[in-house]
Design a protein around this ligand. Sequence first.
Ligand code: SF4
Ligand code: SF4
Length: 192
Amino acid sequence: MVQINYRAEVIPEKCTGCVDCVFVCPTLAIKMEARKAVIDESKCVACQNCIGICGDDAIVKLERAEPMERHVDYQSVDQERVLEICKRANIHPMQWLCLCTATRAREGAAAILNGATTPEDMALATGTRSGCTVYCAMMSMRLLKAAGVNLPPAFKWHLFDTTQTLWDVPQDVIDKYSDYFLVEDKDVFRKF
Ligand code: SF4
Ligand code: SF4
């Protein structure tokens, strides 16, 4: 369970309408209205990306009146399907999906089975991307791809691509560089 104690709020008088904050919000919580940024409080996971990028100091961090909780009960969905998604992603179900919020991959898989189709959906369901906002984005995309979700084209820098791992090395490269023991490495990791 992730408890979010803060939220971001725009000071309209200071906002110059540059739109920079819209592009860095990991939950698509910010919209422009009458050339001013407006934050949907119910979607703000308090990552502070917007505060960091606003060159006009037009966004402030405020304490929530009531903490917002985000949690996906992985046991509420079909466990076989959770395992299947994690296995296809080559991610152990207990592996961290998000280090900042201590969210495990099985919760991400459960969020997908509950209908999440984008990293933003997953962030809203699980509370991830409220810390560094980067590591869990990559893990979320790996899980989504493993579940057969076709990710939409990147919108500015909302979507990063997944970083290359051992599992992404093409077979012809593995064969060509057999001295690197990539086949053996895969066998070792599969035992986990
Ligand atoms: S980054 Fe700041 S100035 Fe630019 S739209 Fe957002 S709140 Fe307004
Ligand atoms: S989620 Fe992050 S970027 Fe989006 S409004 Fe909240 S603090 Fe700003």
